[in-house]
Design a binder for this molecule. Structure first.
Ligand code: NAI
Length: 297
């Protein structure tokens, strides 16, 4: 099976460098027309450059089609204008990769609330802005593939990244509900947790691992998740050519013998026992497991 993006229009945010650039180049190589969005700031989100223009040039030089967009994902009006521009030029928007991001790392004790908010604003609200801007377009055309970018920090935690972790797990939650709401309209929504050597991670990768962890090694998982045959509601981890699936699992749990905190303590081993755990596909499904547990006691 060959995965082609011929006839598709894709928006990749934060595509002026790092992972976004790698996604944009490969999408274009496989036939997509690509909107390369990036405001071209520094790692903490300050400043401005025309990084997006350089990627558009790379795509065009290789014979592909692309347009640049220098707007910030934090501006909803701008994201609406970007989508309108793409639709007017190319007739629709089929793929959105929410990839733009910044870092403001500090232990929570030292973190200013401004740094907490800035990170939430770019990752979480920024992804919501772009998604909202394409949502109706995708529903109307009965086709859409949306990818959120989470992180191992969101899924598992990382010292010094409380703001980033909150935003990143928020994105996985955002994707789960959108996957349900989009299903009827053939809009599939997934999440990727990448690991790659980019400027975002330049100070944590030992030099001997840089080669393996190139952004290009994340591209296959990301492109699969926005392809025609993509699943929906999955979280894939990807780095150095290894692809993993992450699940939010649920144990069978325990029906409390008495409605007291002491009963939780006494039955804690049963509550946390992972034998027979499941992966509910919606919140309602979790509620059903509670009823099943009561019936099974
Ligand atoms: P990067 O710093 O090279 O790419 C992020 C891009 O987003 C930059 O080009 C930046 O200018 C752009 N950007 C920032 N704020 C923006 C805004 N308001 N509007 C538009 N563009 C904006 O870093 P990298 O590693 O390529 O990151 C891509 C995504 O992957 C991010 O969401 C990051 O959090 C995520 N990620 C990366 C990991 C890694 O190992 N590199 C690990 C986990 C997640």
């Amino acid at each position: 099976m060959t995965i082609s993006f011929e006839g598709r229009v894709a928006i990749v945010t934060g595509a002026g460098g790092g992972l976004g650039r790698a996604y944009a180049l490969e999408l274009a190589k496989r036939g997509a027309k690509v909107v390369v969005n990036d405001l071209g700031g520094s790692r903490d989100g300050t400043g401005h450059s025309d990084a997006a223009l350089a990627v558009v040039k790379e795509i065009e030089d290789a014979g592909g089609a692309a347009m640049s967009d220098g707007g910030s994902v934090t501006e909803f009006a701008h994201m609406e204008a970007m989508v309108a521009k793409a639709k007017a030029a190319w007739g629709g928007v089929h793929i959105l990769i929410n990839n733009a991001g910044i870092l403001r790392d500090k232990s929570f004790a030292k973190m200013e609330m401004a740094d907490f908010r800035a990170v939430i604003d770019v990752h979480l609200n920024g992804s919501a802005n772009c998604t909202k801007a394409v949502w109706e377009v995708m529903r109307e055309q009965n086709y859409g593939r949306i990818l959120m970018t989470a992180s191992s920090t969101g899924l598992y935690g990382n010292f010094g990244q409380a703001n980033y972790g909150a935003a990143k797990l928020g994105l996985a939650g955002f994707a789960k509900t959108l996957a349900l709401e989009g299903a009827k309209y053939n809009v599939r929504v997934n999440t990727i947790a990448p690991t790659a050597a980019t400027r975002m991670t330049e100070d944590i990768f030992p030099p001997e691992l840089l080669e393996r962890f190139q952004p290009e090694a994340v591209v296959p998982a990301a492109l699969f998740l926005v392809s025609e045959e993509a699943p929906t509601n999955v979280i894939l981890g990807a780095g150095a050519g290894v692809v993993q699936a992450a699940y939010v699992t649920l144990t069978r749990g325990a029906a409390l013998r008495e409605p007291t905190p002491e009963a939780v303590a006494a039955q804690y081993a049963e509550i946390t026992d992972r034998t027979g755990e499941t992966v509910p596909q919606s919140g309602a499904e979790q509620a059903m497991t509670i009823l099943q547990r009561l019936q099974g006691q």
